[in-house]
Design a protein around this ligand. Structure first.
Ligand SMILES: [Zn+2]
Length: 137
């Protein structure tokens, strides 16, 4: 839920900054028409591009946040094998939430079209996934 609230806040911030920029441009160049006044048109184009670039960086940040608590995902771990990418173990990057809510998996090889990142929610016992590695049997 926090992830969606953060996304909504970012979209609202982008919309507000776009409105402020357009308002400021209209005050700076009054009574202009888009497409007829070159300076006004470039100013609006620049404002649109600035908001688009900010939105792109907001989305890059949002992709690597925990779906539960919206904390930045940490500790990227490379898994898989490049030499076996076609068959058994495609290379992936995994990030985890620092509070143990889940794991994000990003496939590095896109063989059959674009594969979306996968979020896997952890069970209550966060350390259960590592118990087998600690056993000395
Ligand atoms: Zn989390």
């Amino acid at each position: 839920m926090r992830w969606w609230c953060l996304l909504a806040a970012k979209v609202a911030a982008l919309a507000a900054s776009h409105l402020v920029l357009i308002f400021w441009i209209n005050r700076w160049i009054p009574n202009s028409t888009l497409g007829l006044h070159l300076g006004y048109s470039f100013a609006v184009l620049g404002a649109d591009m600035a908001v688009f670039v900010a939105g792109y960086f907001f989305w890059l940040d949002q992709k690597l946040r925990c779906r539960d608590c919206a904390a930045r995902l940490r500790m990227p771990v490379a898994t898989g094998n490049w030499s076996r990418a076609m068959l058994f173990a495609p290379p992936q990057l995994e990030w985890i939430c620092p509070y143990g809510h889940g794991t994000m998996r990003h496939t590095e090889v896109q063989l059959s079209g674009v594969q979306a990142d996968r979020w896997q929610k952890n069970d209550e016992d966060f350390w259960k996934a590592f118990e087998d590695a600690w056993r000395k049997d």
